[in-house]
Ligand binder design. Sequence first.
Ligand code: FES
Ligand SMILES: [Fe+2]
Length: 370
Amino acid sequence: MYINFWYPIAKSEDVVTYEPHRVKVLGQQLIAFRDTEGNAHILSDVCIHRGAALGKGWVKGNHVVCPYHGWQFAGDGKCTHIPTVDEKQIPARAKVDSYPVQEKYGIVFAFLGDLPEEERPPLHEIEEYDKEGWRANRLVVFELDAYYERSIENGLDPSHNEFVHPAQGRPGMQPDFRKKPLDMKDGPWGSEFLVSFENQLSDSRALSEEAKLEHEVTAGSGYVGPNQMITWICLSKDQVFHQYFFEAPVDEGRTRIFFVNMRTFMLEPENDRRLVNINLTVAQEDIDLLATLDPVGTPNNPSDEVLVPSDGAVISYRQHLKTWKEKGWCIDMETLNAKRQNMAFAIPCPDRRTSGNWVLSPVPLFPTAE
Ligand code: FES
Ligand SMILES: [Fe+2]
């Protein structure tokens, strides 16, 4: 799992002014709450007084109140009130990590890391989100017992569709395509591919050449950062789906997915439910399969699996993960778990770059490559 990327934390509707929403991401507990002006805040959950969970407390005005001794913390993470101490005496160290927030598509996202704004990888933009001619399904959030990297890899893998999704995975890949390497196009934070699929309609003798072209099915996938995956499905020029998966690793064995499905047809709201149900059926087929993978995580050593050209996107993804590990952004969970008994950790927030005096240790990271 990697710091220094944008992660989906909660549905907008779950981030409220009257109680903190407690959620685990990257193996760490976080809280989300909304101030009186409606701005969402994401903070580390561990109270730096004596370790209580702020998420079990409550929100008072613009502050979250710890349930143990009533210390109050503002949205920027600073402690502003200690019931047993004069205001002037509040220690400078009394602060918790607070993370940059963006709220879009009905999701509250946090930048979980300490990079300054100009160096941050992007939150993927859904350009068509509010555009005419497009409709977004209601936001779907679901969890699965699988590691998020396995889940992203599954989305980047066109060769599983006809086996795992017998209803929707047809028509299968073109026979001559199956053996070709995926044509990956690299971007700064990820990579993508597009392929053609057979379409039963295009086999129909009744269709003109032009109509056949219109019915050509193309589909592709790409990733941006370790946890954002996009699938493009073009059933015809007027029937297009864009599917966005913003994934939050809960921990080493569980993933929470925020799924936004955009479409250019069947725009009437009454179609939403049917389409969501189809999406959930497909997702469940993937979930059932992903829960069986061994090891749960991706292997440390590439030679521990046999990869072939149709795994090109998976290979590209793993190469990108390696570069982010070499930047020093990969959490060393083994070290963290070994120390957890007597030590609380926090994902470092950007303020740690400009001020010292932090109480919790930052999560241990693998060293940067020389
Ligand atoms: S542990 Fe939070 S106020 Fe004491
Ligand atoms: Fe799938």
